[in-house]
Design a protein around this ligand. Sequence first.
Ligand code: R5P
Length: 319
Amino acid sequence: MSYKDSRLKLLSGSAHTELTSEIASYLDVPLTAASIGRFPDGEIDIKLHEDMRGSDVFVLQPTGPPVNENMIELLLIVDTLRRASAGRITAVMPYFGYARKDRKDEGRVPISAKVMANILVSSGVDRVLTIDLHAQQIQGFFDIPVDHLWARSVLGEAVQEMNLDNLVVCSPDVGGVKLARAWAKSLRCPLTIVDKRRVSGDTVVMENVIGAVEGCNVLLTDDMISTAGTITEAARILKEKGALRVIIAATHAVLCGPAVERLQNCAAEKVLVSNTIALRGALPDNLEVVSVAPLLARAITRIHREESVSALFEEVKTA
Ligand code: R5P
């Protein structure tokens, strides 16, 4: 793709400079020159080195770990842009942190996703571009336009290349059924569900699979892998119920705590994830990373040109 327009600017926070550089080369635009550093006490120090007046600025910053640090940095970048008279500011958040706290499902807890949306909007963000929100209704927490992309469109190509026959899609819990159903619909295969019970933040128990998996290859789908408790426990029970090959496809590789070790030793032969979050440090051998850069570059081009973004997804719409 060759794209040149002096008023489109692409700026990287420090959360995922590799992804921003990849997008910049797809768009054929230079990265906006900026210094993002730290004062001796840890406070964030930002300076832009280009005129931003009237520009259509896309700021890339997934709010994965360290979540609070990355979110504050994004807010300060947005404030800098607003005060530098940027024309329009789009927060490109391939991964939106705090999304799992999206409702008050017990007494005396915050709705953290709503708090994050509020502070982003009040800092001066005009639009949000994101991928696979934990729940699509989080879009409604923002009183600004949200363009929501599905990584399934890029992960799906990697799955198709494996030519898996007798395939069944499986959701590791009831919450993931909508996503798994969309996968099953696009791959034209049956849907199954694991009955999950969460006992603590990083421990889950699974005893039953709803639907037949014996003698089948299973594609286990999820929006995120955090401690990997959910997905590795689901892979284990699927094998126990007679599944042949188990392949995992998940959008956001948060990979915290025991995740790497759990994935390394799990029953799945391959773990397909996207690079919505920067993957650093030791990774499991069965991990394969698919880039969302071309997808984000196409969406940014369309937003900049005021063209439809949903047209990108006509063929992969969620069921
Ligand atoms: C649950 O609602 C999510 O979709 C993921 O299944 C979950 O957050 C993954 O967490 P962990 O990897 O820690 O089990």
